[in-house]
Design a protein around this ligand. Sequence first.
Ligand code: SF4
Length: 310
Amino acid sequence: MKCTLCSEKSVALFDSKPYCKRHFIKRFEEKALDTIKRYKLINSKRVAVATSGGKDSTSVLYVVKKYMEKFGLGKPIALLIDEGINGYRERTLSDLKRFCELENISLKVISFKEEFGFSLDAYLKKVDSKPCTICGILRRYLLNKHSREFDTIVTGHNLDDESQGFVMNLFNSDILLMIRQGIVSGAVGFKDFTNRVKPFYFIKEKEILIYSILKGFGLGYNECPYADSALRAKFKILLNEYEMNNSGAKKNAIDLFMKLKEELSGSKNEILKDFEISSCTVCNEPSSNEICSACLVRSEYNNAKKANNK
Ligand code: SF4
């Protein structure tokens, strides 16, 4: 098949149209840059990109750097949370370090071990719990704590992630979490929270994978060993199967979510009326409860450790 824009042979589909390598990269970057511009995702020099050394966050780091340089905003900083997952994190960190050196981007690594005194692996050996739930609580906590010096945190979330999130919240009837999702997400407007933005909101995971290969980012494409245990993994399979026979279903879910979010914004205050953010009495970080979830996780670990030492 020929490229949609020239006489070269196509290498892959983007937005369901065939493109050669050069035009695939061009269309991909145009779409991401257009999303940044249209939704005013980046407006200052103080931008951090939440990275993992995987295809999504490395690609978004590259595209954001390109955007910021183009508009004289300097360069973003890459932030990586090292959970301490043996056989996985060291590999992705090494990929990311190499990439950041090559692109001359500063990298800040924040580790569970240094911040909490235990790695995720160590925690799971002591406390019987779901890896992604614990990891999610601690990652969000650290990302928030270390992002106050920035105006914006960019993440590599894509169309697949966002449609899965929407359907999961729908199935769980979690309206509070639902209204905090979107192209600009998080506790938007609350003090002590930095907005999270998603330039790949309308781009498919598969397209990011192809982009990262065509760009030759040299990633190892390692998967977290705990990924299959996450509830999200089940929704991923479900939506992929559905999309296979109903092309465009994920995009439809996102379009519906955006309309719903707009509708709900009028009643946002009503939904949020019982939801207050104050400070955790232990660590002083923002929390909707007296003690934040990260401090509860920390105390679970310390209790289990004490019990094991008896
Ligand atoms: Fe953490 Fe789960 Fe992601 Fe692994 S898959 S990095 S455990 S959230």
